[in-house]
Ligand binder design. Structure first.
Ligand SMILES: [Fe+2]
Ligand SMILES: [Fe+2]
Length: 191
C-alpha cells in the first residue's frame, strides 16, 4: 500500500490548490463509485488521486517526456499536448511511486481519452474525474446520475458530450475519442 500522506503532501506542493482539491475529490468519488460497483476501493482511490499527477507540467515538457518515452498515441497530440498529462502521469506515477499495478497505470493513462480495452477501474476513474462534486456543470450532474446506473452508459454519455463540446468550440477532436465513442455505442446497442 502506498504512503498516501506523503503522496498528498507532494501533490499539494506541485499543484495549484484548485487542482489539488480536484484530485482529492476525484479520489473520494472514485472510492464511492468503486463501492457501488463492488470494486476494489483502494485501487480506485489510488488511481484517481494520481490521475492528474502530471497536469501541472508545462506543455513543452509534457511533449518532451512523451517523445522521449514513446507515449504519443497519435500525431494530433502535438497540437494538443495537454492531453498528454494522462499517459505522462502514468509514466511518472510508476517512476516516482513505484506504482506497478497495470490497471492503475491504465486508469491514469486513459483518463482523458478512454480506450477500447478499458477496465472497470479505468471507467471508474474516467468518470470520477468528471463527476466529482467540484464539477458543477448541469452535464456533470446528469453524468453523475448515469454513472451510478451503468458505467458503459455513462462512458457513452460522456464521450457524446466531449464530441459535441469540441464541435461547438471548433476544437480538434482526437481520433481516439471517435473510436472509443463508436466502441461504447456498439456495447450499448448490443446490450
Ligand atoms: Fe486530467
Ligand atoms: Fe482531473
Amino acid at each position: 500500500m502506498l504512503d498516501y500522506t506523503l503522496i498528498k503532501e507532494e501533490l499539494n506542493q506541485r499543484m495549484e490548490p484548485k487542482l489539488y482539491i480536484h484530485s482529492l475529490s476525484a479520489a473520494q468519488t472514485a472510492k464511492e463509485l468503486a463501492a457501488h460497483y463492488e470494486f476494489d476501493e483502494e485501487q480506485a482511490y489510488c488511481a484517481a488521486l494520481l490521475h492528474d499527477y502530471a497536469k501541472a507540467i508545462k506543455n513543452e515538457d509534457l511533449l518532451q517526456i512523451a517523445w522521449e518515452n514513446d507515449l504519443l498515441s497519435n500525431t494530433v497530440e502535438n497540437e494538443m499536448p495537454h492531453l498528454l498529462h494522462a499517459p505522462v502521469g502514468a509514466y511518472l506515477a510508476q517512476l516516482h511511486y513505484n506504482v506497478d499495478n497495470p490497471e492503475i497505470l491504465q486508469a491514469i493513462s486513459y483518463h482523458t481519452l478512454g480506450g477500447l480495452d478499458m477496465s472497470i477501474l479505468s471507467k471508474i476513474v474516467y468518470l470520477a474525474d468528471k463527476i466529482e462534486p467540484g464539477r458543477r456543470h448541469p452535464e456533470s450532474r446528469q453524468l453523475r446520475e448515469i454513472s451510478y446506473k451503468g458505467l458503459d452508459e455513462a462512458m457513452l454519455y460522456s464521450l457524446e458530450s466531449t464530441i459535441i463540446n469540441c464541435i461547438v468550440k471548433k476544437s480538434i477532436i482526437h481520433p481516439r475519442t471517435i473510436i472509443v465513442y463508436n466502441h461504447f455505442l456498439r456495447i450499448i446497442r448490443n446490450k
